[in-house]
Design a protein around this ligand. Structure first.
Ligand code: AMP
Length: 908
């Protein structure tokens, strides 16, 4: 683009010196219909001509350091004069002089610098006229203005016009970046670098830049602006995605239609929410389709194979897979007696397994004859857990089969349970195997005898009971399950420790929730702990186990990663806990107690026990292998890299595992992120069930005045004060785990001492919201930390709430108030010893961002003074890209500037 400074043709020029009468030299001419003045001279026959014509003062644009001067002129051919003069010239000179002010008519030749000698391309003869156009560049201008001057040295010339201009690159929008109009060739540079800004609703990782060439053309753009999530490019602007479409990331892509089973009514959607009845599994991408739970397996059939003592169940996959391909099946076995059904118990064997079956077939063995069995096969997928019962299509099929009794042996009593009691009676039930034929008149004999002579008559004195029978009674009955009432006279054996939940703890134990067959059994109630292990865990032969690599250190010995290859089963990756040599019998029993406990659980979010080695010198516990190890370390290693949606998905898994444990009346007591394991699919599983672990194992355990070691930061006040461990105290710990998860593995209460933590909690202070924590999630944490344990939510409530949040990811968008000075507990002006940070690397280490040390050094940021000057943009520019890290560093700088940082303000 050309910018005219001066178009001289129509302005009166100042003739500064002429050797001929001046008025004759200025003529009004008409050319192509336009009138303009021409300046002419023709002293071709006079020697030593030195005639000057100077312009008026020409103001310069401050950025235009080079200007172009275009001249239109006529030069007469010297030969066209009769008796051609030897002294006649055919050229003239262009001069310039810079000045900061208009000097009026003052003229000093010496102040002018020659720019060029101007010669015509075509000279004008006697009969024809040629107008020449020449353009010259005047460079390196720096003062407020300048003059041009033309020197004639004896030619016959007419100056028709002078145009003075500079070039610019015009203001433009290119690739969603706006660049301002820019003077070309400023400061003698062939290319001028120009910074731009992204248009509204666009952003760029790098500052957008472009070059303006000398010729006033734009060239080579750097730094691509892209429309932000929820916006797409429409003619140099970013427009909101229309309802029904979305864009999840900043990119140059257009908005995409919502994927299958999702929708959004909003403009500018970043994600599409699942339609009613459809879900995303925590491992599903949030931009992908939603899917529904599967329908029931079809054509379920049970075919007995008496010769090999087993039954084959087979079925065809569900008609509707809900759009997923991760369908698995579980099989449940019930022994039904009329309308009453009981789970078949642990004796029944399934090949290959009873859960997570991928084939539509399972073989069932160890069944008793003469019984009605009902098998329930359920189809599952990644979203089954998310679909509330009510919304789920029927996903179960069942088949009932009666197994014939072939022998004449008397039935056997398998298990006996206490199902009720009053002050004068006890109700007992037991299972009979095989089930007696109805026509058989079966008699049962109940005997009892005194075991130990410690009498007690209230459960406060005898928190755990073990019944030994006092009298003999004969009862006639015809069915497999019986109740009898016996007058009281009981002998109880008092036990001291490890009661997971005392009988007075009705917190989760409403009568309808009491499911005797699913209640956790304390291995200490077994006389011989070895019997308990064998009851709840499968014995594995050591030759089936291959140890590969040490992955951790447990209380009793190393933990290895390895392979389990049981006969007839596929190889599976496992974790192998070992018992170090030189153990005592008590240590061996404590070690194996973890397996006795774990073996009672079967839940997706509880670490699964594969089996134990007890019959060989080196005892081992073999569990499923969790590729990503302990949750606290995993989160620290992925700080800022996991979305809130995924974090809440992980919490949902932990809550589901804890609900299962609390339903079984098991109180964990040491729920903390370090005791949660994470697998390849980012699924979280609760682990660490040893009986002695809170006392011995956990490095967080601290002795309290109420006795015993307690991980103070994770433990509810009533459990610290008077050892009141219940599922409600586990809920408190779950709240702390939520905080650890949302803060990417930050240590709860940072470097406060245990004493300070207890004091703060008693004074009603609670941990503040972690950075970027959804408000709803933080509210749930606060509920878990209510002083009154009866008011805390139950794990069932927590699972439902987290499910609800996951079903509508929009609900996670409202972020809880966050005060960086309180919530990150960033050091203010000093390091841990109270002295100012001595170096940038010391400061980075204190905020756990040492990995960026090199970025700071390379960018020349080597002193804390320089750090304090940094803006968010600067931090980004030196290569800190992850939003979480960016914020942490920016907030730390904020904290360094504000020395009033203190933790004492997080009251709720
Ligand atoms: P623990 O004795 O259970 O606390 O285990 C010690 C460490 O071994 C844990 O912190 C984990 O890093 C690792 N570990 C234990 N069990 C497993 C497992 N099933 N899969 C992977 N790593 C495990």
């Amino acid at each position: 683009m050309l910018m005219f400074i001066s178009q001289v043709c129509n302005i009166v020029m100042l003739l500064v010196k002429c050797t001929f009468p001046c008025p004759r030299n200025v003529l009004l001419m008409t050319l192509n219909g336009s009138q303009f003045y021409t300046y002419s001279i023709c002293n071709v026959e006079e020697r030593e001509q030195d005639n000057w014509l100077r312009t008026t003062f020409i103001q310069r644009h401050p950025l235009a350091s080079r200007v172009f001067v275009e001249l239109k002129f006529i030069v007469r051919d010297c030969n066209s004069f009769d008796g051609a003069s030897l002294i006649c010239k055919e050229t003239f000179n262009l001069y310039t002089s810079e000045s900061d002010a208009d000097v009026g008519t003052t003229f000093r030749k010496s102040q002018f610098k020659k720019v060029a000698t101007i010669a015509p391309d075509e000279i004008t003869g006697k009969n024809e006229m040629h107008i020449n156009t020449e353009t010259r560049v005047v460079d390196g201008l720096s003062r407020k203005g300048f003059y041009l001057a033309f020197q004639d040295i004896g030619a016959c010339i007419a100056l028709l016009s002078v145009r003075v201009f500079y070039k610019t690159c015009p203001g433009t929008v290119q690739n969603l970046a706006t660049f301002p109009e820019t003077v070309a060739g400023a400061e003698n540079q062939p290319l001028t670098e120009v910074s731009g800004v992204c248009v509204d609703n666009a952003a760029s990782e790098e500052l957008p830049r472009i070059y303006c060439t000398e010729e006033g053309k734009w060239a080579v753009q750097v730094g691509q602006c892209q429309c932000k999530p929820g916006y797409e490019e429409v003619k140099d602007t970013c427009q909101e995605c229309r309802p029904g479409s979305f864009k999840a990331e900043a990119s140059s892509d257009a908005c995409e239609p919502c994927p299958a089973n999702t929708d959004t009514l909003e403009h500018g959607a970043v994600l599409c929410a699942c339609k009613d009845g459809f879900f995303r599994a925590p491992t599903d991408p949030s931009t992908g389709p939603c899917s529904g739970p599967p329908s029931a397996p079809r054509d379920l059939s049970a075919v007995p194979q008496p010769s090999v003592g087993r039954l084959i169940l087979s079925w065809t996959p569900p008609e509707d897979t809900g759009g997923r391909n991760d369908i698995t099946y579980s099989v449940e076995c019930q022994r039904c007696d009329g309308v009453v059904c009981h789970p078949c118990g642990e004796r029944v064997r399934y090949e290959p397994a009873s859960m997570k079956l991928t084939e539509a077939r399972v073989s069932v063995s160890e069944l008793e004859a003469h019984l009605n069995y009902t098998f329930i096969v359920e189809a599952h997928s990644g979203v089954s857990q998310l679909a509330g019962e009510a919304q789920r299509p029927p996903s179960r099929s069942n088949v009932t089969i009666f197994l014939h009794y072939t022998g004449e042996h008397p039935p056997q009593i398998t298990t006996m349970r206490l199902v009720g009691r009053t002050s004068t009676s006890l109700a007992l039930s037991w299972d009979v195997s095989p089930r007696p034929r109805p026509q058989l008149n079966i008699r049962y004999k109940l005997t009892y005898h005194k075991k130990v002579s410690i009498f007690c008559f209230s459960h406060q004195e005898c928190p755990e009971i073990k019944l030994f029978v006092l009298c003999i009674i004969l009862v006639l009955c015809q069915y497999g399950c019986f109740y009898l009432f016996i007058p009281f006279f009981f002998v109880f054996r008092k036990r001291n420790s490890h009661t997971r939940q005392g009988p007075e703890d009705t917190y989760f134990s409403t009568p309808e929730q009491l499911k005797p067959l699913k209640t956790y059994v304390d291995p200490h109630t077994y006389e011989d702990p070895n019997v308990a292990v064998l009851k709840f865990a499968t014995e594995i032969h050591p030759s089936h186990i291959t140890k590969q690599k040490v992955i951790g250190a447990g209380e009793f010995g190393e933990v290895y990663r390895g392979i389990l290859k049981a006969p007839g089963r596929k190889e599976v990756a496992v974790a192998i806990k070992t018992l170090k040599p030189g153990y005592t019998e008590k240590q061996r029993q404590d070690f194996l107690s973890e397996a006795s406990i774990m073996g009672q659980f079967s839940h997706q979010n509880i670490i699964r026990l594969e089996g134990v080695v007890t019959k060989f010198k080196h005892a081992m516990i073999v569990t499923e292998y969790m590729e990503n190890g302990a949750l606290d370390r995993y989160l620290r290693d992925h700080d800022g890299e996991i979305s809130s949606f995924q974090l809440v998905g992980m919490l949902r898994g932990i809550a589901a595992g804890m609900k299962y444990l609390s339903d079984m009346s098991y109180v964990h007591r040491d729920l903390a992120a370090r005791n949660i394991l994470v697998n390849n699919n980012m699924e979280c599983k609760v682990s660490d069930f040893g009986l002695s672990r809170v006392l011995e194992d956990d490095p967080e355990g601290t002795y309290t005045t109420s006795g015993g070691k307690i991980p103070i930061r994770w433990t509810a006040p009533e459990a610290i004060a008077y050892r009141k461990f219940t599922s409600a105290s586990d809920v408190w710990s779950f709240g702390i785990v939520m905080w650890e998860v949302m803060a990417f593995g930050e240590r709860p209460y940072w470097d406060m001492s245990n004493h300070e933590v207890m004091k703060a909690i008693n004074e009603a202070f609670r941990l503040p919201a972690p950075m970027d924590c959804p408000s709803a999630v933080y509210q749930l944490m606060l509920q878990c930390w209510l002083q009154d344990r009866a008011k805390r939510p139950r794990f069932g409530d927590i699972v439902s709430l987290l499910d609800k949040l996951l079903r509508s990811p929009e609900s996670l968008k409202t972020i809880a108030d966050f005060d960086p000075r309180v919530s990150i507990r960033l050091p203010s002006t000093s390091g841990s010893d109270g002295s100012p940070f001595r170096s940038v690397s010391e400061w980075l280490e204190s905020i756990k961002m040492s990995q960026y040390s090199e970025n700071f050094t390379c960018a020349g940021i080597v002193t804390m003074e320089q750090v304090l000057q940094m803006k968010t943009e600067d931090i980004k520019n030196i290569g800190v890209r992850l939003p979480g890290h960016l914020k942490r560093i920016a907030y730390s700088i904020l904290g360094l500037k504000d020395q009033t940082s203190t933790l004492s303000v997080f009251a709720v």
